[in-house]
Design a protein around this ligand. Sequence first.
Ligand code: 5GP
Ligand code: ZN
Length: 114
Amino acid sequence: MLDCIFCKIINKEIPSSIVYEDEKVIAFKDINPQAPIHLLIVPKKHIPSLLEIEEKDSYLLTEIIKIIKELAKANNIDDKGFRVVVNTGDEGGQTVHHLHFHLLGGRFMTWPPG
Ligand code: 5GP
Ligand code: ZN
């Protein structure tokens, strides 16, 4: 998508700190981290939100969970614990309309979230 900031990151039109990349998925550091570890795991396919995930995209979810586990281990937060967030829609706090999974860790998380 032309106007999508994450598509631009995927296409290397704008820089980011990439921590993982394969054919279908990219992960990079959030520009405005909310925890010591704050990564975004993003399918390269432009899917606007969780609501638009179709049956044929389900392989992506398996792949993304695998990558989240690997990144949690690589960042030593697998034992301590971490949080995975998918903000969806306005009231869900979604600001970038390209599906992404936040991986947050390195501090105690509170509940309920703000
Ligand atoms: P959302 O609010 O949609 O759940 O999450 C969007 C996230 O993308 C935010 O945490 C925000 O800090 C991050 N973000 C927005 N623009 C950029 C950017 O250009 N580069 C990076 N690395 N992160 C971004
Ligand atoms: Zn996009």
